[in-house]
Write a protein that binds this ligand. Structure first.
Ligand SMILES: [Zn+2]
Length: 146
């Protein structure tokens, strides 16, 4: 590929943008002068994974970023109200997530209730994710698959 790997950019490649949490997971993108400068100046970008492909195909920036539909959680609050019960009569935990749409200033709120069983399952899932992605706790423990 000889043109910049940012979506919709036709400029020639002048630099290699490297992303990767670890040496065996590095991904390299050929990018143009303009996009190198924008990334260096702190502009937000995302990697677009084409469905069905193991490796990422291109970077998404600018107006295309909001179109990815990624909503990142910026705040989590919880509230265990006495008498707020699941359909089975257990105490429920009410969670409110404040999210921000990637590439925009748009904030949304998502509310949901968890039973004790679902709260425990979510805690396990999140703990697993955090331990595999934390530079302090997880780095260096994983081994390359090959
Ligand atoms: Zn470019």
């Amino acid at each position: 590929m000889s043109t910049c790997q940012v979506l919709r950019c036709e400029n020639p490649i002048n630099h290699v943008h490297v992303w990767g949490p670890n040496p065996w997971g590095r991904i390299e993108f050929g990018i143009c002068n303009e996009h190198k400068e924008r990334i260096q100046n702190g502009e937000e970008w995302a990697i677009h994974n084409e469905r069905g492909h193991h490796y990422a195909n291109y970077l998404v920036m600018g107006d295309d970023l909001a179109g990815t539909g990624d909503n990142f959680v910026t705040r989590i609050t919880s509230n265990q109200v006495m008498g707020h019960l699941t359909p089975k009569g257990e105490n429920a935990l009410k969670i409110t997530l404040e999210t921000q749409r990637r590439g925009s200033e748009q904030h949304d709120y998502v509310e949901f209730c968890l039973s004790p069983k679902m709260a425990a399952g979510m805690a396990d899932m999140l703990a697993s994710f955090a331990s595999h992605n934390s530079p302090k706790d997880g780095a260096g423990e994983e081994q390359p698959s090959d």
